[in-house]
Design a protein around this ligand. Structure first.
Ligand code: TXA
Ligand code: MG
Length: 326
C-alpha cells in the first residue's frame, strides 16, 4: 500500500492544510503529550476506517476519541457520572482517558462495536488547537503499525506509516512518552484498564475513592494484547547482576539500562541507551530508546529488569509487552 505521499507538516504554518485534511476525512498524525496519535474525524466511519487500514489494526479494537473540552462530553457519552466531571476538572487537559457509556449517535466503528467509549482532552497545544479549529472529535490511536513501538517523535511515525497516511505534524518529542491511563468510571469501583502517567494513587487521593487495577486480568481493553510496543529486533529483560557480569557474548546487543551503576560502566555492547532511574523520566525516553536500538544493527535488545514497585507499573506493563513472544 503506497496510496499517499505523506506530507511532513508544521504548526501553525500548515494549519489550513491540517484542518482541511481532517475535515475531508483523511488521517493526520499529531503530537499529544503522551505519544503521537493518528487522528481522523471520529463522526465519520470512512475516516475511522482509514485509521484501521493504515495501522493494520483489527477493527474490533476501539479508538480513543479526543475532544477540546469537558463541555463536549455529552456529545459523545451518556449516563455521565459526577465522578467523570470531578476527574476532568482535576486532570484535563492531560493523560487520563475515561471509559463511559457511548452516546447513541457515535458510530459503532469508532468503538469497535462496543456500547462504551473512551474519551480524553489532550494537553499538547498543537493537538488542542487543531481540535478547536476543526471543531471535531478526533479518534486517535498511537500513530504506529499494529503491535509495533509507539511514536514519540515525527520520525518514529514515518518509520511506521510513511506512504500510508496523508500527513504528520512535527511537534518535537512528546513529554510523557507512554500512553494515557485508561479509567473505567461506569461502575461503583473505579478501574484502571491501562496503567499510564496518572497513577491509581493520584486518582484515589483526588477522589477519595478506591481505585483497582484490572489490567493484565484479561478484561476491559480489547486492544490490550500480550505482544505490543514491539521492536523488530528480538528483545528480552536481563537482571542487573547479570549485566554487571557481561562478557564478550554481548557485543551484538543493544542495551537499555537505568541503574546508576551502569551509567558509565564500559560495557561490551553494540549500542547503549542509559535512561533515568526516575520512573516518569524513564517513561519519557523508553520508546525512543527502543526505536534507536532497533535501527542500530544490533541482533538483540536487552532491557535491564526494572523495580517491581507501583511507580514502575506503567513502564513494566510496556516493557513486558515489548519483550513478549507468542
Ligand atoms: O495516550 C493515549 O491514549 C494515545 C494518544 C494518541 O492519545 N492513544 C492511544 O490510543 O493509546 P490506542 O488506540 O493506541 O489505545 C487505546 C486503548 C486500546 O487498548 C483500546 O482497546 C482501549 O483504549 N479502548 C478504547 N475504547 C475502548 C472501549 N470503548 N472499551 C474498552 N477499551 C477501549
Ligand atoms: Mg497503541
Amino acid at each position: 500500500m503506497s496510496e499517499y505521499q505523506t506530507q511532513l507538516l508544521n504548526y501553525p504554518d500548515d494549519e489550513a492544510t491540517i484542518v482541511s485534511l481532517l475535515q475531508r476525512g483523511e488521517c493526520v498524525a499529531l503530537p499529544t503529550e503522551t505519544v503521537y496519535g493518528l487522528a481522523a474525524k471520529a463522526s465519520d466511519p470512512n475516516a475511522v476506517a482509514k485509521i484501521f487500514t493504515a495501522k493494520g489494526r483489527p477493527n474490533n479494537h476501539p479508538l480513543i476519541v479526543h475532544i477540546d473540552s469537558v463541555e463536549r462530553l455529552p456529545q459523545w457519552a451518556q449516563n455521565i457520572p459526577d465522578i467523570a466531571y470531578e476527574l476532568a476538572a482535576e486532570f484535563w487537559p492531560g493523560p487520563l482517558s475515561l471509559l463511559l457509556d457511548k452516546h447513541p449517535q457515535v458510530p459503532s466503528e469508532v468503538t469497535g462495536g462496543k456500547q462504551t467509549i473512551v474519551l480524553r482532552v489532550p494537553s499538547h497545544p498543537v493537538f488542542l488547537s487543531v481540535l478547536a479549529k476543526t471543531e471535531l472529535g478526533l479518534a486517535a490511536p498511537s500513530a504506529n503499525r499494529y503491535k509495533s513501538i509507539s511514536p514519540t517523535k515525527s520520525a518514529h511515525v514515518l518509520r511506521s506509516l510513511d506512504e500510508r497516511i496523508a500527513g504528520v505534524v512535527d511537534g518535537g518529542s512528546t513529554q510523557r512518552g507512554i500512553e494515557s491511563t485508561i479509567l473505567d468510571v461506569t461502575g461503583d469501583t473505579l478501574k484502571i484498564l491501562r496503567p499510564g502517567p496518572i497513577s491509581a494513587d493520584e486518582i484515589s487521593r483526588v477522589t477519595g475513592r478506591e481505585v483497582v487495577n484490572v489490567y493484565g486480568c484479561g478484561v476491559g481493553v480489547p486492544g490490550s494484547v500480550k505482544q505490543h510496543y514491539q521492536p523488530t529486533t528480538p528483545a528480552r529483560v536481563v537482571e542487573t547482576l547479570e549485566l554487571a557480569r557481561l562478557g564478550v557474548k554481548s557485543e551484538n546487543v543493544g542495551l537499555i539500562s537505568y541503574s546508576p551503576l551502569l551509567a558509565n560502566c564500559p560495557l561490551n555492547v553494540k549500542a547503549h541507551q542509559h535512561l533515568s532511574s526516575n520512573p516518569s523520566e524513564y517513561a519519557t525516553s523508553l520508546y525512543d530508546a527502543l526505536h534507536t536500538l532497533d535501527v542500530s544493527g544490533c541482533d538483540e535488545i536487552w532491557i535491564e529488569a526494572l523495580p517491581h514497585t507501583s511507580q514502575w507499573d506503567a513502564v513494566n506493563d510496556r516493557v513486558s509487552r515489548a519483550v513478549a513472544r507468542s
